[in-house]
Every structure is written in structure tokens, then in C-alpha cells.
Design a protein. Structure first.
Length: 381
């Protein structure tokens, strides 16, 4: 029986992870869960899975837990995350969204645990350091992102023969749009992803293709690649979850219906596989297509290539500016195309630090948030 801790259990990936544990109760035992503010759902999860320990980020609703449970171990705030993770467990799933996932990733790696990593931001903002921690503490990161799970499976130990990897992108709800058409798209339209059901930030990031840019950076660190070994192509059906091209010009790809329970299940069961109840592909009904990505309209891909070359604190600034801009777009404060303008402005103002420490990255993150907020509110930094 594998003991599992799920960070961000109330989110989209967190809930899907609990669904897998629910369907495989002979293999997995949930021993810890966490959330930011959604205590009501957390309480339901504690009751259903009989979870002995929890971590909450905000102490505002702490009373709801203390009122309901006598024998629950409760950890509160960022300073408690290390202590919370120290319990005896086999796998930590990091399904927290955004920059907030970085410290939990590092704390998990320091414990030498298997980390099923959905929080791509950890690798985007601090890829070099995260990989160093993985090596130093002999822990093991298994990617949860569907594209990276696909690549991880497609490489099959043959890293030294990789020519390039091909990350597939659905193209989001605005595939085929030009900039004039994108000017007035609404948050409601941007939240309608054609193939995946996800949290709000990642859904908007999929519409701008910032998510794909982040995945390029994530892949660079996960698989030790150069920027010119990473290609993005549009594949609207989201059936081929990514491919690897080897030096002999053969390709391997991974196909399945778009359901995150498949890569999450793989991250839990690796190197074995578990049965999944989420549906099979109808091979005869498939009509797969691949298109070039329009980098002039969706500038995030071009930006990601530049950021990968520059490295340093640039990726942290890219992520922070995007988090602020997406939030402003969702609140109808800025338009869709302004998201990239905010990112470009903040990147341009950043004084890049090569080989940053965690403290440098946290500072760059804080600086970029302030700069993005000031730019959005009409003042320049
Ligand atoms: N959704 C997908 O299909 C998908 C696919 C691939 C990768 N990912 C990646 O997986 C991560 C999670 O995505 P998601 O779509 O599941 O996000 P989500 O639905 O927004 O859920 C985020 C989770 O993180 C918690 N959280 C948010 N801020 C936190 C903080 N400061 N401290 C502690 N916990 C915090 C939330 O708690 P509350 O509920 O209390 O707010 C929630 O449990 C992201 O990095 C995303 O890029 C997602």
C-alpha cells in the first residue's frame, strides 16, 4: 500500500488524483491533503478518505477544522509546509497552482520522496535548482503534465538519442484567430477550452499559449534539452500528447483520450501501470491533424524561446507577470492581448540575474508582480 500526500487536493488535478485513489483503495492510502481557502471541500475529503493530517495556506478558516475534528493534525501557512511533509509517505503529488508551489516542491525533494509534479511553475521559475535538489537528495520527479508524461514515456531511457521533442498544443479556443479578432475576446470565451477541463489560470494560459511556453521551459529542465531541441506544433484533437524524434528520425508518440487521470495514474503507479476507467480511444473514428503554430499572433511561444536562452530570473518574471495579468484579465481590468503586453513590459524592465538563488527568484517574483500591477494600473515602473 503506497501512502500519498496530495498538495492542492481541492483543485482540478487534486480532485482527479483523489478519484484515482478512490478507485484504487487497495493500492493507495491518502494520508495528507492541503488547500488554500476551500475548507468546505477539504472537510468532505477528510471525511471521505479518513485523512489524518492536513495543511492549509490561509488561517482564516482554521476554526472550521478545529470545530469539526479532534484528532486531526493541522499545519498552517507556508512556514509549516516542511513539517507537514515530513510524515512517512511514499509519494507527494504537488497540484498547487502558481508560484506558491515552488517551496513545497523543494521541501518534497529534500525529503528524498517521489514527487508527482503537476505544478509546472516550480520547474519554470527554478528549473536548475529544482533539478539539483532532485539529484542531491536522490528524489525522483515524475511529470504529471500530460505532454511531459508522454515524453517521459516516449523517451524510454534513450535520452542520449533524442534529436528533438515535439510538444503538441490544442491551439486553445482561439486557434486560427488573428490579432484583430483577439482584441475583444472575453474571459468567458477564453475559459471555454475545446478539449481539456482545467483550473482558471491554466485555461487562460492555454488560450494565450503562455501555458505552452511554460511547458517548453518545463521540458527543457525535465529532460535536459537545449532550446533548439524543443518544437511546438498545434494538434487540435489533443490525442497525441507529444512526441520524441530520435537521431535516426524515428518518432515515438503517446496517444489517449484527453483525460488527466491517465498521466496522474501513471505518475502514481510508475514503473507499473494501473487500470483506468476513463475511456478508450476509438481508433477508427480518429482524424488527427497537425499545424504550424502562428508565433506572430501567439507571441508567447517566441517569448519562451528567448526566455530559455536568457534563463536566470527571466522565467520567474515571465511567470509572475503572467499570473498578475491573467488575474486582471479575468476581472475584466485588461483585454486579452494586454496579457502579453504586460509580460513583455515587465520582462523588458527586469535586470536579469544569472544562476539565481531561491532568494533571488523569490525577489524577482515579488518585483515582477509589483511591476505588472503598476503597469496595469496605468503607472510605469
Ligand atoms: N488542470 C489541468 O488539467 C492541469 C494539467 C497539467 C498541469 N496542471 C498544473 O497543475 C497545477 C494545478 O492546476 P489546477 O488546474 O488543478 O489548478 P486549480 O484547479 O486552480 O487548483 C489549485 C489548487 O492549489 C491550491 N492553492 C492555490 N494557491 C495556493 C497557495 N498559495 N498555497 C497552497 N495551495 C494553494 C488551491 O486551493 P483552494 O482550492 O483552496 O484555492 C487548489 O487546491 C498548475 O500548476 C497547473 O499548471 C494542471
Amino acid at each position: 500500500m503506497k501512502k500519498i500526500v496530495v498538495l492542492g487536493s481541492t483543485g482540478t488535478i487534486g480532485r482527479l488524483t483523489l478519484d484515482i485513489i478512490r478507485n484504487n483503495s487497495d493500492k493507495y492510502k491518502l494520508i495528507g491533503i492541503s488547500c488554500k481557502t476551500n475548507i468546505d471541500l477539504l472537510i468532505k475529503q477528510i471525511n471521505e478518505f479518513n485523512v489524518p493530517s492536513v495543511h492549509i495556506y490561509d488561517k482564516e478558516n482554521l476554526y472550521k477544522l478545529t470545530n469539526n475534528f479532534n484528532n486531526l493534525d493541522i499545519y498552517v501557512g507556508e512556514s509549516d509546509i516542511g513539517k507537514f511533509l515530513q510524515q512517512d509517505c511514499d509519494i507527494i503529488v504537488n497540484a498547487i497552482s502558481g508560484f506558491a508551489g515552488l517551496i513545497p516542491t523543494i521541501e518534497s525533494l529534500k525529503l528524498g520522496r517521489r514527487l508527482a509534479l503537476a505544478n509546472k511553475e516550480s520547474l519554470v521559475v527554478a528549473g536548475r535548482l529544482v533539478k539539483n535538489y532532485e539529484k542531491q537528495y536522490r528524489s525522483h520527479i515524475i511529470p504529471v503534465d500530460s505532454e511531459h508524461s508522454a515524453i517521459f514515456q516516449c523517451i524510454n531511457g534513450q535520452n542520449k538519442y533524442i534529436k528533438k521533442i515535439i510538444l503538441t498544443a490544442s491551439g486553445g479556443p482561439f486557434r486560427g484567430y488573428n490579432k484583430d479578432m483577439l482584441k475583444y475576446v472575453t474571459p468567458e470565451a477564453a475559459l471555454k477550452h475545446p478539449t481539456w477541463k482545467m483550473g482558471k489560470r491554466i485555461t487562460i494560459d492555454s488560450a494565450t499559449l503562455v501555458n505552452k511556453g511554460m511547458e517548453m521551459i518545463e521540458a527543457k529542465w525535465l529532460f535536459g534539452l537545449n532550446h533548439d531541441q524543443i518544437q511546438v506544433i498545434v494538434h487540435p484533437q489533443s490525442i497525441v500528447h507529444s512526441m520524441v524524434q530520435f537521431i535516426d528520425n524515428s518518432y515515438t508518440g503517446l496517444l489517449s483520450i484527453p483525460d488527466m487521470r491517465i498521466p496522474i495514474g501513471y505518475a502514481l503507479s510508475f514503473p507499473e501501470r494501473i487500470e483506468n476507467y476513463c475511456g478508450e480511444l476509438n481508433l477508427f473514428g480518429l482524424n488527427l491533424s497537425f499545424e504550424e503554430v502562428d508565433m506572430d499572433t501567439f507571441e508567447a511561444i517566441k517569448l519562451a524561446y528567448d526566455i530559455m536562452k536568457e534563463d536566470g530570473t527571466y522565467p520567474a518574471v515571465f511567470n509572475a507577470a503572467d499570473e498578475v495579468a491573467v488575474d486582471a484579465f479575468l476581472r475584466n481590468i485588461i483585454g486579452f492581448l494586454d496579457i502579453i503586453d504586460v509580460i513583455k513590459y515587465v520582462l523588458d524592465k527586469n535586470k536579469n540575474i544569472k544562476n539565481p538563488t531561491i532568494a533571488d527568484i523569490i525577489e524577482a517574483n515579488n518585483w515582477a508582480r509589483t511591476a505588472a500591477k503598476r503597469f496595469i494600473s496605468g503607472r510605469t515602473y
